[in-house]
Design a protein around this ligand. Structure first.
Ligand code: SAH
Ligand code: SF4
Length: 344
């Protein structure tokens, strides 16, 4: 019989599992803390758990782990980690440093099925969903090397296409007996899967980022096929309905592409579109890559767009393309490190 990987289980799941093998539920909390607060990689390390129970667990259960196969650092301090999964597939995580407030960008799928025209990850479709363990193990591995303050699900994949693994992962990340990230520090980003947005909002408290990227369905459906299934009107209604704790907002991501969505008219439409719910806008100048013919906008049009939003009292930041030299920026991941390895 295959062993149960305890890294796939939320605290509640672990309690049920332990009750199911005929032991006391309270032991789950001890084990959970060992996994995420002490980074235990074997039951043997869990010294406050009886020897007998440790041996019992080791027979029935397993603790999976990920070790980066390659770590590539850019000059600005951004670090890209390549993780080899048990079946040979690979995913990447990116650590974006910021004095004491490092953000870790994690993956939720191998590839992505959403096919956005500007995105490198989307070019090859999806190979498979990650498990909860594979998601949380990216965090365990990077935390061994660097402090991590924020987690964003903005690496490879569409997290809302893998809710069955992403919801438990968010719960483990934000559990006071688990990783102990405040739910303010964890953000799930979506291209706009409307029913799943509601599902996520009801299942856990987490920040939501929505990749809007255009202000008309005409342009949006051109670059994001999902828009044909869930057009702007439905997407914005889902944003408005998303259960936000008080004084929270939805992050609206807007990848700016030269001559496509970077005009002042776009800025004007954007302000109107997001007026119905609390938001902060992240402007992301398109990161050029060999997979797409789009171009980054001129600095002038980025500034003009940014200033218009500010003048309309929209909270906006323009994201710098961190880690440009190693294509580490979020949305730029497709296993390039992996390809490089194979060439060697
Ligand atoms: N699938 C999710 C999360 C991963 S993509 C989503 O789409 O939201 C993370 C972010 O990277 C998205 O906002 C996406 O629009 C952006 N992105 C993708 N390709 C990019 C590129 N070439 N340049 C800049 N941002 C890009
Ligand atoms: Fe997938 Fe997000 Fe890339 Fe679109 S932008 S293809 S949803 S990873």
């Amino acid at each position: 019989m295959e062993k149960t990987d305890v890294k796939n289980l939320t605290l509640e799941g672990l309690e049920q599992y332990i009750a199911g093998i005929g032991k006391e539920r309270f032991r789950a909390k001890q084990i959970f803390k060992w996994l995420y607060q002490m980074d235990a990689t074997s039951f043997d390390e869990m010294t406050n758990v009886s020897k007998e129970f440790r041996a019992f667990l080791a027979e029935k259960a397993a603790i999976s782990n990920l070790v980066p196969e390659v770590v590539e650092a850019a000059e600005d301090g951004t670090k890209k980690y390549l993780f080899r999964l048990a079946d040979g597939n690979a995913v990447e995580s990116v650590l974006i440093p910021d004095e004491g407030r490092n953000t870790l960008c994690i993956s939720s799928q191998v590839g992505c099925a959403m096919g956005c025209a500007f995105c490198l990850t989307g070019t090859f479709g999806v190979t498979r969903n990650l498990t909860t363990a594979e998601i949380v193990n990216q965090v365990c591995a990077v935390k061994r090397e660097e402090p991590v303050r924020n987690i964003v699900f903005m690496g490879m994949g569409e997290p809302l296409a893998n809710l069955a693994a992403v919801i438990p992962a968010v719960k483990i990340l934000t559990d006071p007996d688990g990783f102990q990230f405040s739910n303010r520090k964890v953000t799930v980003s979506t291209c706009g899967l409307v029913p799943e947005m509601a599902e996520l909002g009801h299942a856990c408290i987490v920040n939501l980022a929505v990749s809007l990227n255009a202000t008309t369905d005409e342009i949006r459906s051109l670059i994001m096929p999902i828009d044909r299934r869930y057009p702007l009107k439905e997407l914005l209604a889902a944003c408005k309905a998303f259960p936000l704790p008080s004084r929270r907002w939805i992050t609206v991501e807007y990848v700016m592409i030269r001559d496509l969505n970077d005009s002042l008219e776009d800025a004007k439409r954007l302000v109107k579109l997001i007026s119905n719910f609390p938001s902060k806008v992240n402007l992301i100048p398109f990161n050029e890559h060999e997979g797409a013919s789009f171009r980054t906008p001129s600095q002038e049009s980025i500034d003009r767009f940014h200033k218009y939003l500010l003048d309309k009292h929209v909270t906006v930041i323009t994201r710098s393309s961190r880690g440009g030299e190693i294509s580490a920026a979020c949305g730029q991941l497709k296993g390039r490190l992996d390809e490089k390895l194979k060439e060697q």
